[in-house]
Design a protein around this ligand. Structure first.
Ligand SMILES: Cc1cc2nc3c(=O)[nH]c(=O)nc-3n(C[C@H](O)[C@H](O)[C@H](O)COP(=O)(O)OP(=O)(O)OC[C@H]3O[C@@H](n4cnc5c(N)ncnc54)[C@H](O)[C@@H]3O)c2cc1C
Length: 488
């Protein structure tokens, strides 16, 4: 039975919002009285998209950080494993809680589960409330003139800019009151989130999961990167972006915190209220994330099928060995291989290179986007169902995009344009490190004496191209003719 309402604790159900600051559910619960924060791991309720290996690494460390912060505030994090509803009801019984609060998720399986959980909790006499802790705007708030969802980004972005400014972030509660009965908890280690084989060893050099790590990353970005962001964001060799994506996915930081910090830095930066180009471009990128959630919410089937369903009729390749070569960064196209190796080593890949490797998989190898999305899902620390699905469908040409489906990136031209000196290529492909430009972008065209001098043995340490881009392009355009006949 719940305790009397003044002393009965409220359960805060943590999910992809692993922080204390700007946490509407935590603020709501702590204003009511004692708080029981809980994280529940239950892969079976994720609709086939349970966190992949790299995400689990992040989750482990982010939970560690959250757990320490909550203990400092006065109410330690409870860790459980099991179906959400049963676990929440058990916990309510054990602590005498009168209700549960959480910040919303928008993946189709999460929406279905949360709706059912909310109704069941209320039937049991508990309160159940949800809040927006993960988006600038709810997916249903931004509407076209006729009240429907947007299908392309630019008008969506304009509507976001015209909408009321996202609310200022909430302050973290100063202290938290624990429940009188301390509930039992697993240890974070008991969740078994860390990999058994140590392929994650370099992650530690690149990332600091958790709220403090996110704040540090944001502060570095605002100090050193944001002013040049509009240009540098497309250059994979430099630190030209915020690298906040895994923090945003797991909610180590909320988008409102980022949005307002960028605005404040822009105004305080001596520009008398005028937004710098870097800051404006950055806010626009944050709204790409919003748009991905908007599309996911209004088109939930896109996690499995192409938004433009005629793409399902293309004669996609089932060549598993080609997929394997792509996954292991051995396609023979340096920019593609560098990206896939960056992904393997760091759990992250630069956005420009994500587009190039995605185009190569779907257009040069004619492998369905879903295979690429699955690989990214397992290997990215920022794997996010909305952004990953959106990104892959955009690259494949079958998603919410105004560009024509027959846009096919030329991996060599992309490499020469965005990594002109080959710095990014040399960082990730040591076997080509002594090869100069322009040959490093297309080593198979280099004269034998140049290859010899650089110590490069093509077809041995580094492979020859697995396909000829021009031929692959023609083959794909041929395969895509079926789209024309479907009326595109
Ligand atoms: C094939 C493909 C798959 C992708 N999969 C994911 C994914 O699983 N998770 C993910 O967070 N992003 C994904 N993206 C989008 C984008 O590549 C990353 O958000 C970005 O590279 C993260 O680096 P950053 O934080 O330094 O970005 P910044 O350039 O600093 O951008 C700031 C933030 O804006 C958001 N953002 C920027 N670009 C995009 C975009 N195109 N779509 C959605 N959000 C965006 C991210 O939250 C990002 O952290 C994917 C893109 C492609 C082409």
């Amino acid at each position: 039975m719940p305790e009397t309402s003044s002393t009965a604790p409220t359960i805060v159900w943590y999910r992809q919002d692993l922080r204390i600051g700007d946490h509407p559910a935590l603020s709501d619960a702590s204003a009511r009285g004692p708080v029981v924060p809980v994280y529940i791991l239950w892969d079976e309720e994720e609709g086939g998209w349970a966190p992949g290996s790299a995400s689990r690494w992040w989750l482990h460390h982010s939970l560690k950080s959250l757990s320490a912060d909550l203990a400092d505030k006065g109410s330690p994090l409870v860790i459980r494993r099991g179906p959400a509803l049963k676990t929440l009801l058990d916990l309510a019984r054990q602590t005498g809680a009168s209700g549960v609060v959480w910040n919303r998720r928008y993946e189709p399986a999460a929406i279905a589960r949360d709706t059912a959980v909310k109704a069941a909790l209320r039937r049991e006499g508990l309160t159940a409330e949800s809040h927006n802790g993960s988006l600038l705007f709810e997916p249903w708030e931004i509407k076209t003139g006729s009240g429907g969802p947007f299908k392309v980004f630019t008008p969506f972005w304009r509507a976001c800019r015209a909408a009321t400014e996202p609310p200022a972030p909430l302050k973290a509660p100063r202290t938290l009151t624990p429940p009188r009965q301390r509930p039992s908890s697993l240890r974070i280690e008991d969740l078994g989130l860390l990999p058994r084989i140590g392929w994650d060893k370099e992650f530690y050099e690149h990332w600091k999961p958790g709220e403090a790590g996110a704040a540090r990353e944001l502060s570095t970005f605002l100090k050193n990167v944001v002013d040049g962001y509009a240009v540098q964001r497309d250059v994979p060799a430099v630190r030209g972006t915020s690298r906040l994506s895994p923090h945003l996915h797991w909610g180590d930081i909320g988008p409102r915190q980022v949005w307002h910090a960028v605005l404040a830095a822009s105004v305080n930066g001596g520009r008398a209220g005028a937004m710098g180009k870097g800051a404006e471009t950055y806010l626009k990128e944050l709204c790409w994330r919003e748009f991905a959630y908007h599309v996911l919410y209004h088109q939930p089937r896109t996690v499995d099928v192409s938004l433009r369903e005629e793409f399902e009729h293309v004669a996609w390749s089932k060549d598993r060995s080609a997929l394997k070569r792509w996954q292991s960064g051995r396609t023979g196209y340096p920019i593609v291989d560098a990206g896939l190796r960056e992904l393997w080593v760091t759990g992250w890949m630069h956005n420009r290179v994500r587009m190039i490797v995605g185009s190569f998989l779907t257009k040069d190898l004619l492998i369905p986007w879903r295979k690429g999305a699955e690989w990214f899902w397992d290997t990215l620390v920022d794997a996010d169902l909305a952004s990953n699905t959106f990104g892959w469908q955009w690259v494949a040409g079958c998603g919410a995009d105004a560009a024509p489906y027959f846009r096919i990136f030329n991996p060599v031209l992309q490499s020469e344009r965005f990594d002109p000196q080959g710095e990014y290529l040399r960082r990730w492909l040591p076997e080509l490190a002594r090869l100069g430009t322009p040959w490093i972008h297309r080593p198979w065209e280099a004269p034998p004496e140049v290859l010899r001098a650089a110590g490069v043995r093509l077809g041995e340490e580094y492979p020859l191209p697995m396909v000829d881009h021009a031929e692959a392009r023609e083959r794909t355009l041929e395969a895509f003719k079926v789209l024309k006949s479907a009326g595109r």
